[in-house]
Design a protein. Structure first.
Length: 82
């Protein structure tokens, strides 16, 4: 699917991957397609120089994205003070 492709591209952009075990431990099994026999365990390593995004929650200020959220609270507080 398109979502899986985008997710995979983002992971490949942010991380390098190394084998968790020896490549010989993977093993191959053939059928209609080639499969790993013992799984393909990888260790992700963050790439240097790639900005970290999405690791800190930022509350949306737009009322449609955050109905009843902080923007509405601020407006109500201002009205109460007047």
């Amino acid at each position: 699917t398109c979502g899986a492709t985008v997710t995979f591209a983002l992971l490949m952009r942010r991380f390098e991957f190394e084998f968790a075990h020896s490549p010989e431990d993977v093993g191959l099994r053939t059928g209609a397609t080639i499969h790993t026999q013992n799984g393909l365990y990888m260790v992700p390593i963050a790439r240097k120089g790639v900005p970290r995004t999405g690791d800190v929650w930022v509350e949306p200020e737009h009322p449609v994205l955050n109905p009843g959220g902080t923007l509405l609270k601020k407006q109500q507080m201002r009205q109460e003070q007047e």
